[in-house]
Design a protein around this ligand. Structure first.
Ligand code: NAD
Length: 432
């Protein structure tokens, strides 16, 4: 089957490459000529473990191609996936401009029956909007609208796509469901649960899932705050909670706030969507407020450990919003860097993959060549993103390079007792 993937970003490129690996013939389209040019020359524009191998393998097998020619890609495909960005507007509502543009292009270039699949995260009602665009174009051809939200996580996107917890398919006709089942047949064979529902429910499943996960992280971040006030240890509290199977242990790790391109955007969109339907989604609104406070609180935590920040130099380890990605969108680490700079501190940073992206938004950011170069001569270290290589630091060497053995560990990578025993002025999140 020929598939067209419109939008070749974190989701589109991973989805396109993995569907090619399932045996589909996939053509990935993007309007960003530099990105497509790089891909045509074998360069992967994002850092994502395992992605290069699967792209190269499927390109060589002739199942994966890249183009900026949307018209030709639409004409040659049965299923057209929309995987473009849906960034937040200043009021929190998702900007559907790119989705609308793609829908209009598909309506214009349709040359036969097409299944139009929304992979982008979009508010309930978007499927209807796309349908109206198609109807307004008075085309002669049949079409089906499908919602197929994506749940992959950056940093483990390929593995997540190949072994998902579930596949959600929202559609209103049997023909489209059959096409989707064929596309995902390798996952059907390994008994991945399929949730087949109507378009509106599928669209809402994505916001409900991300909203719930954001609530869970924000909840443990508030428990961490309580632990600090009460002299308790959030790791023990989280373990004690998480062993209850009704709660579960995942997403109970405290930190510097929820970041990334999805959770902040999708919670804001869920609140906006509810407002549009005359309802206040109070749990989500509270979650967003807690998250803002959690991020803002990190600079106070650093100042409490270090004293006045003006004139001091911070060594910041980690810039991406989570490990194993170069994505810095809504990164709590970058918020910490900005707050340190605003407080008059100098910042030297190191990240295994995200320094280039960080410098694009903070051009004056000083970046180091490795952890120890970063720490050399700095007053204190802030561990902002828990990359694996920060988990086994040579702490003796690090301590010798710093002006004082002070670490603010916003990801609770190290054990407070051991750090204190080794002479560190150490503070984590929610650990007395
Ligand atoms: P991204 O910014 O990495 O990629 C989007 C791509 O779409 C860009 O390369 C852009 O140039 C391209 N594009 C925009 N308009 C276009 C057009 N008219 N024609 C062709 N290409 C166009 O975004 P992303 O992180 O891949 O996210 C895409 C969607 O998937 C969003 O709705 C997001 O919420 C959702 N999502 C993201 C993740 C994630 O972890 N990143 C996970 C699940 C769902």
């Amino acid at each position: 089957m020929n598939i067209c993937m419109v939008g070749t970003g974190y989701v589109g490129l991973v989805t396109g490459a993995c569907l090619a690996d399932f045996g589909m013939h996939v053509i990935c389209v993007d309007k960003d000529e530099a990105k497509i040019g790089a891909l045509q020359h074998g360069h992967i524009p994002i850092y994502e473990p395992g992605l290069e191998e699967i792209v190269t393998k499927n390109e060589r097998a002739g199942r994966l191609r890249f183009t900026t020619d949307l018209k030709a890609a639409i004409e040659s495909s049965l299923a057209i996936f929309i995987a473009v960005g849906t960034p937040p507007r200043p009021d929190g509502s998702p900007d559907l401009t790119f989705v609308r543009q793609v829908a209009e292009a598909v309506a214009e270039h349709m040359n036969g029956y097409k299944v139009v699949v929304t992979k982008s995260t979009v508010p309930t009602g978007t499927g209807k909007m796309i349908e109206e665009i198609f109807r307004a174009s008075n085309g002669r051809h049949d079409f089906s609208i499908v919602s197929n939200p994506e749940f992959l996580r950056e940093g483990s996107a390929v593995a997540d796509f190949l072994r998902p917890d579930r596949i959600v398919i929202g559609a209103s006709d049997a023909r489209a469901i059959e096409v989707m089942k064929e596309i995902y047949s390798p996952l059907f064979l390994i008994e991945t649960p399929f949730v087949i529902t109507d378009v509106a429910s599928a669209e809402l499943i994505k916001y409900a899932s991300n909203g719930f996960l954001a609530v869970k992280i924000s909840f443990i971040n508030e428990i961490a705050r309580l632990c600090e006030l009460m002299g308790a240890d959030v790791h023990d509290v989280a373990r004690g909670m998480g062993l209850d199977r009704r709660i579960g242990s995942q997403f109970l790790h405290p930190g510097p706030g929820v970041g990334g391109s999805c959770f902040p955007k999708d919670t804001a969109a869920a609140a906006d969507l509810a407002r549009h339907h005359g309802y206040r989604f109070r749990i989500i609104e509270a979650t967003m407020a807690v998250n803002r406070e959690t991020k803002a609180r990190m600079i106070e935590k650093i100042a409490a450990a270090v004293g006045p920040l003006a004139g001091k130099t911070a060594a910041v380890l980690g810039l991406s919003f989570k490990p194993e990605t170069d994505d810095i969108r809504e990164s709590p680490a970058l918020a910490v860097v900005s707050d340190l700079l605003a407080a008059g501190a100098a910042v030297r940073a190191f990240d295994p993959a995200a320094m280039e992206n960080a410098k694009a938004v903070l051009p004056d950011l000083q970046c180091a060549s490795d952890v120890y170069d970063c720490a050399s001569g700095a007053d204190f270290v802030v561990l902002a993103t828990e990359w694996n290589e920060f988990r086994a630091l040579d702490l003796e060497k690090l301590g010798r390079l710093l002006k004082s053995k002070t670490m603010v560990d916003l990801r609770n990578v190290y054990e407070p007792r051991e750090m204190k025993a080794a002479g560190w002025n150490y503070s984590g999140v929610g650990r007395s």
